[in-house]
Design a protein around this ligand. Structure first.
Ligand SMILES: Nc1nc2c(ncn2[C@@H]2O[C@H](COP(=O)(O)OP(=O)(O)O)[C@@H](O)[C@H]2O)c(=O)[nH]1
Ligand SMILES: [Mg+2]
Length: 414
């Protein structure tokens, strides 16, 4: 048994993307992908990802147990692992045993599955967003909601959040032995009662706008009865598609990890050009800051177009190899990121400042040094912002290209 708290550590973008890559590739493979990309072989990189997508056996899947305190999550994990609550290494169960940290348990009969016992939602005072952040909700590959007695509001809300990430889930009605007992006392036929419970759950999911997931009625005290055996066999069957969806979702992030070293290299050139743009612009010659800014920006733009350009020929080549229409690949790739003021205004502002300073220098022969310095700074900022954003757009378009090229036709997006 191991303890880990993914929510407590601040992960940087570099670490995060490299951890996504290392989920699927060994260190040597990562280095080789990065060097392929650095030499301009984006098609080979995408084909390597495709090769990996066809052989995901052994890739570890993180399964999160969600639900209220006392719903039976820890007992369920013990039952899956075939241990009793008082065995060494078992998940602590019962009142007062609720952990405030996600805890990982290995699943001996399926070493490729890691079961995560998450704290109960109500142990965080039902503040869903705080809870989700605390348990690092988005880091898991698959979810099982464990609910007892009745459908709860949070079951619907959690399912919505899971499906919004295009991930899959199972819904477990735990402690069904108790329900079976009360049905028996009331003289209700169990299969009729069971059908009623399932119909209620489906209705409740639909009423909150969630596509009903697979529903299992289980008792963790009786793993050979009720839906426990069906749950095990369904999970074993679904594992391949869970793995393949996990890989598919991770493609943009993996591409980002592969692009990182080249991005760093190009960023150095961009910083140099921005510095040059400011340094030349400080010379007190009319129009110079403006002209330098434009020249440096154009030079930088041409440089990384040359470094990262994906020509029509490359798209055609890729389209033949992955069996996707070249028009589709091109259209998706050229899809522009949404316009945001936050991204647009600093560039416009620095451009206006450069022009204003240029006009002052041009019209007023007694202008102060401050105006020149200001002009140089704004021309430098303009060059940097335009080039950095264009670089990131270009990298993003390659991530989209990889995602579209490797998208399976029958991808189930819930
Ligand atoms: N009757 C019955 N009780 C259960 C079952 N699963 C869990 N429990 C009991 O419910 C209580 C809470 O279980 P626990 O696993 O600690 O819940 P958690 O807080 O969600 O981890 C414990 O006393 C368990 O013994 C079950 O399938 N049937
Ligand atoms: Mg527990």
């Amino acid at each position: 048994m191991e303890f880990c708290d993914p929510g407590s550590c601040q992960i940087t973008r570099d670490k995060m993307t490299s951890s996504v890559l290392s989920k699927f590739f060994g260190a040597e493979e990562v280095r080789s992908l990065q060097s392929m990309y650095s030499t301009g072989n984006v098609v080979t990189v995408i084909l390597e990802l495709q090769r990996k997508a066809e052989d995901l056996a052994g890739v570890k899947i993180n399964v999160a147990m969600l639900g209220d305190v006392g719903s039976g999550k820890s007992t369920f994990i013990n039952a899956m692992r075939d241990v009793r609550s008082d065995d060494p290494g078992a998940a602590p169960t019962g009142n007062g045993e609720a952990s405030k940290k996600p805890t990982r348990y290995r699943y001996p009969s399926r070493p490729d599955i890691q079961l995560w016992d998450l704290p109960g939602l109500n142990s965080f005072g039902f503040e869903l967003n705080r809870y989700l952040k605390q348990v690092n909700f988005e880091s898991y590959d698959f979810y099982i909601i464990v609910s007892q007695s009745r459908f709860r509001e949070c079951d619907g809300e959690l399912s919505k959040r899971i499906q919004a990430q295009q991930k899959e889930l199972y819904y477990i009605r735990s402690k069904i032995d108790n329900d079976a007992y009360s049905m028996q006392i009331q003289g209700i036929d169990f299969s009729r009662g069971k059908m009623q419970i399932i119909q209620d759950c489906v209705k409740n999911f639909k009423s909150v706008g969630v596509k009903p997931p697979a529903i299992f009625l289980i008792s963790s005290f009786d793993v050979k009865e009720y839906d426990f055996p069906k749950l095990n066999s369904t999970l074993a069957t679904d594992l391949e598609s869970i793995r393949s969806n996990t890989f598919s979702r991770a493609i943009p992030e993996m591409m980002l990890g592969i692009q990182l070293s080249k991005r760093r290299l190009i960023m150095r050139v961009i910083v140099l050009l921005a510095f040059l743009s400011g340094a030349v612009g400080i010379i007190q010659a009319p129009g110079l800051p403006f002209l330098t800014a434009i020249a440096c920006t154009a030079a930088g733009w041409m440089y990384f177009r040359w470094q990262l350009g994906v020509s029509d020929r490359v798209v055609w080549n890729l389209s033949g190899r992955v069996n996707k229409s070249a028009t589709l690949l091109k259209t998706e790739m050229e899809h522009q990121p949404p316009f945001t003021l936050l991204r647009f205004s600093p560039k416009v502002l620095s451009f206006i400042l450069t022009v204003v300073c240029m006009i002052v220098v041009f019209t007023d022969s007694h202008h102060s040094v401050t105006v020149s310095v200001f002009g140089a700074m704004s021309s430098s900022a303009f060059t940097f912002l335009v080039l950095k954003d264009s670089l990131d757009d270009r990298l993003l378009s390659q991530q989209i290209l990889a995602k579209t090229a490797l998208q399976q036709e029958d991808d189930d997006h819930l």
